[in-house]
Design a protein around this ligand. Structure first.
Ligand code: ZN
Ligand code: FE
Length: 274
């Protein structure tokens, strides 16, 4: 049996650990061979830049806006190597062709969506693995938000770029796919290792948290994630990336795994939530 005193000491230690976590910006960091940078774009999009620690080569995910990328590259000793695209929506591809014109980088996207992406220099097939600067990158097919949506997983660096499929505490709207498709896509992402850092396409965490808390008010992991997000946003910092194990415990859409009826109902409620 735990004495009251040791229980108190334990909860104080937990609170200290949490305070430390809340105070720790996760917006940039080293992941394997790469430094990760989160670049805000448009009203609430995130672009992600990976700069190779040795070669300086930059991989950029979903450039929706040109100026922040040009400014950031201007401050770095590096060159834009490859642009990765998750899906065809303008807020994710808008600056891709313009950046290629300026920097001569290549654009990589899904062969399946080639007709509605900017002209691709390299088309990868869903399920294919390719290498950039020796880094293995898997293109995962995650239809639902759009039919051709893909995610990029870097298993050795422990990074996942999920575009508009999986958000922190939420998931993308079903513009083209069915609930079955989206749930299967989310299940595939949730099956990745717990320590994987999730990098998603929008800063929707607080709005998602308000919906999630209305439906799952007793979830301690959700409350903790909400408090962390409030603290980060108060300091003007992104709430991403976030470890997948936190999302698995806190994201209501990841807690409907295996139950498509529940998932579809939750997605419909979220669409109607203001
Ligand atoms: Zn989208
Ligand atoms: Fe988007």
């Amino acid at each position: 049996m735990i004495s009251q005193e040791s229980a108190r000491a334990k909860s104080a230690a937990v609170a200290r650990r949490r305070a430390k976590l809340v105070g720790m910006p996760r917006h940039a960091g080293r992941y394997g061979a790469w430094h990760l940078f989160v670049l805000p774009a448009l009203s609430d999009n995130y672009m992600y830049a990976l700069r190779h620690a040795e070669t300086g080569a930059v991989v950029l995910v979903d450039p929706g806006e040109m100026a922040p990328v040009v400014n950031w590259l201007g401050m770095q000793q590096c060159c834009l190597h490859t642009i990765l695209l998750t899906h065809h929506h303008q807020d994710h591809i808008g600056a891709a062709a313009g950046l290629r014109d300026v920097y001569g980088c290549r654009i990589l996207g899904s062969a399946q969506d080639r007709m509605r992406l900017p002209p691709l220099d390299y088309e990868a097939e869903v399920g294919e693995c390719f290498f950039i600067e020796g880094e293995r990158i898997a293109m995962l097919g995650v239809p639902g938000h759009t039919l051709g949506h893909v995610a990029y997983h870097l298993p050795d660096a422990g990074l996942l770029f999920s575009g508009d499929t999986l958000f922190s505490l939420g998931c993308g709207r079903l513009f083209e796919g069915t609930p079955e498709m989206m749930l299967e896509s989310l299940e595939m992402l949730a099956a990745l290792p717990d320590e994987t850092m999730l990098c998603c396409g929008h800063e929707y965490t607080l709005a998602n948290a308000r919906f999630a808390l209305a439906h799952d008010p007793e979830n301690a992991a959700l409350r903790a994630r909400y408090e962390e997000a409030v603290a980060l946003r108060a300091r003007g910092l992104p709430t991403l990336p976030v470890p997948l194990h936190i999302e698995k415990a806190a994201n209501p859409f990841l807690r409907t795994m295996g139950d498509v009826t529940r998932f579809a109902k939750l997605r419909a409620l979220k669409d109607a939530f203001s």
